[in-house]
Design a protein around this ligand. Sequence first.
Ligand code: SF4
Length: 323
Amino acid sequence: MVLDLQAAIRESERSAETAHERAEARGAQCKVCPLYKRRRGPVMGEVRAGAKLAIIGEAPGKREVEEARVFTGPSGVELEDGLRLGGLRRNETTIINVMGCQPDIEGGSLGDYLTWLGRENVRRQEAGKPAWMSPIEACRPRLLEDLRESDSDVWLAVGGRALEAVARMHGLNYGKGKDSVDAVTIATIGNQHGAPIEIPPEVSAASPVTPKKRIVATSLHPAFAMRGKRAYKYVIQEDIARGARIADRGYIDWSMPDDVTLYPTIEVVEEVCRVFVAHKTEVAVDIEGDSADTLTCNVRCVGIGGVWTSSATGTKLGSPTAS
Ligand code: SF4
C-alpha cells in the first residue's frame, strides 16, 4: 500500500513535470514562477487555430486541475450554456486562461493570492531573497502564443484579470472608464461587462498578437455568481451569449434583436418604473454606444436606476437596477 502511494506520487510528479514542459514549450517561464511544481497545474488550454472566438479566463480552479481541462465543472457548464444561447459550441472556440496554474491559496480568489504574493515579496526582499515573478507575467508569453495560434477576430474576456491582460497587451489602461473621446478605453469588468470593445488596427498594431481589427466581448466570471452573487447568473450567461453572437456573425449588430433578454424580468422592470413615477424619481440610465461620437452613434439602454426620499422616514431609498 505504501509502495503504491509512493508510485502514485512519483507518477503525479512526472505528469506535472511533463505539463510544465508543455507550458514552457509555449513560452511560459515556469522556473521563475512561484507556482512551479506546486501540483496545481498547468492546465493547458484548448487552442483551435482559426476559432471564431477565443475565450480568455483567469486561472484554473480545483476541478480544472483535477481533470486537467480548462473551464470544466460548474463554471464550464455556465460557459457552455452561454455559448449555446449565442449559437456556438465549445468545440468551435479556443478556451484558455491567463494563468496555467491554480493560485496557491486554498479557497481564496486570484486577487487574494496576488495580495499575498505582494506581501511575501516584501518579506523576501527584506530577507535579501529575490522577489517572485507574478504568475500572470510568467505565463504571459504562453497566453500570447495561444492567442497567436488561435488567430481569432473576436475575443471574450471572462473576468477582470482576463480583461486587464487584454488591455495591457494592447498598451491600454484597464479601469479608465468608458467616457474618453477619440480613444479606446476599457473600464473595470464591473462596468464593462456586456459591452464589447472594438480595437482598431492602429491600436492592435501595438499588440504582440497578430495586429488586426479585433472585437473584445466582456463578461464577469461565472465563479462570481457562484460565490454568492446568484443574481448575476443570467447576466453572465447573456454576456457570454453576446460574445458568441458577435463571433458568429463577425461584427456587432446594432439592429433590434427579435428576442430581448431582460434580467430582471419585464415585470420587474415595469414595477420599478411604476415606483419611479409614483415617487417622481430622477432616473439614471446606463447606455452603451458604438462610437465615441455621441451625436451620431447608436445607443442602447443597458440599465436603469433611481433614488428617492421616503416620505415616512426621510431616508434615501434606492431602486434595484434593471439591466
Ligand atoms: S502559472 Fe504558468 S508560468 Fe507559472 S508555473 Fe504555471 S504554467 Fe508555468
